[in-house]
Design a protein around this ligand. Structure first.
Ligand code: TXA
Ligand code: MG
Length: 334
């Protein structure tokens, strides 16, 4: 891991204090950070990303002691109990949806009565948050609907002009975003699969995976409005080059296709492409997740007609991987 100096961290936190945007490494993906108390700064996030104001932001805090400023969790309630059961996952790639505090701006929550909160575990994010005396609102540091950045270079390529400082913490350890768990629903429900598996959350909460993931995979367009993650658009994580799941791929003559493979399998037939990327020799889901977005970005630069991508079982991290590649392959015209 690359470790920015204390001076760089201090410079970044001074920029945040001054109302400017900073790119911050986290264990999931890079975030585009602003002081959550500063509405003008928060509005710069929406502007830089081209993000609709209806899509709320995740608030990042250093530890539990900042929670009361952002969320209101009455003691001895179902939510309070669930939070205790989930204690082991913070810091880490788990975002909780909680009733919002008065102090959190409706700009951050897109007018909702709930707020998304997360305690990242990346040491650079932790140092930055510790040096700020305020919570930090941060979506992934990409343009809206594009692929999330997993290196400082990705952020620089896409949003370099809009950020005051990019803290380089090396390639993201997980490569996919945090899991979003809505604790304001009873029983709790996963809104987005991510770095913490549904199986491990189900175990901690003594619930079945089916209960926890009810409706998670439905697209926002077809779902009743209200509780689900408003940012879970059908088209998301999208490169410019069309993406097709390997299971849906039909060969077309003279098509220049790149193939993203999940493991080495000499018997598998795919596009006769010279551009092949193997994300993991043995199909290790963590390795696939870590390299997925960077590889999509890389192939997107090659001016291909199509990117064909392998699929995997929807279990453990496989749920988050399949979620992202389904959205990446969703056609823009439907
Ligand atoms: O791993 C991550 O979570 C990264 C890093 C930077 O922390 N952040 C991230 O943020 O993925 P973003 O903005 O790209 O995705 C946040 C998702 C969006 O789909 C948003 O709609 C949803 O969280 N969200 C935020 N607040 C919410 C709320 N109050 N209720 C439901 N969904 C919410
Ligand atoms: Mg995002």
């Amino acid at each position: 891991m690359i470790d920015p100096s204390d001076r760089q961290i201090e410079a970044a936190s001074a920029e945040l204090r001054a109302g400017n945007l900073v790119a911050m490494p986290t264990e999931t993906v890079y975030g585009l950070a602003a002081n959550a108390w500063d509405e003008t700064a928060v509005s710069k996030i929406f502007e830089a990303k081209g993000r609709p104001a209806t899509n709320p932001l995740i608030v990042h805090i250093y530890d539990w002691t900042f929670l009361d400023q952002c969320a209101e969790v009455p003691l001895a309630t179902e939510i309070d109990q669930a939070m205790k059961q989930l204690d082991a996952f913070w810091p880490g790639p788990l975002t909780l949806i909680l009733p919002k505090s008065q102090r959190i701006s409706s700009l951050v929550t897109a007018g909702r009565e709930t707020v998304a909160v997360r305690v990242p575990r990346h040491p650079v994010a932790r140092k930055l948050l510790k040096s700020c005396n305020f919570p930090v609102a941060a979506p992934s540091a990409n343009r809206s609907t594009a692929v999330s950045p997993t290196t400082a270079q990705h952020v620089d390529d896409e949003l370099g002009e809009q950020v005051a400082v990019i803290l380089d913490g090396g390639p993201s350890e997980l490569g996919l975003e945090s899991t979003i768990l809505d604790l304001t629903e009873s029983p709790p429900r996963i809104l987005r699969h991510g770095g913490v598996t549904a199986e491990s959350l189900a175990k901690a909460l003594h619930l079945s995976v089916d209960v926890l993931t009810r409706g998670t995979d439905k697209e926002v367009e077809t779902a009743p409005s209200g509780h689900r993650a408003p940012g879970q658009m059908k088209v998301h994580y999208s490169p410019r080059t069309p993406v097709r799941l390997k299971s849906d791929w039909i060969p077309v003559a003279d098509e220049r296709a790149g193939w993203i493979r999940f493991h080495v399998d000499t018997s598998a037939e795919g596009p006769e492409a010279s551009i092949v990327r193997i994300l993991s020799n043995h199909g290790d889901l963590k390795e696939i997740a870590r390299r997925l977005f960077a590889t999509l970005r890389e192939l997107d630069q090659l001016d291909l007609d199509l990117i064909v991508i392998d699929t995997c079982e929807e279990e453990g991290m496989g749920r988050a991987i399949m979620d992202r590649i389904r959205r990446a392959s969703a056609r823009r015209d439907v």
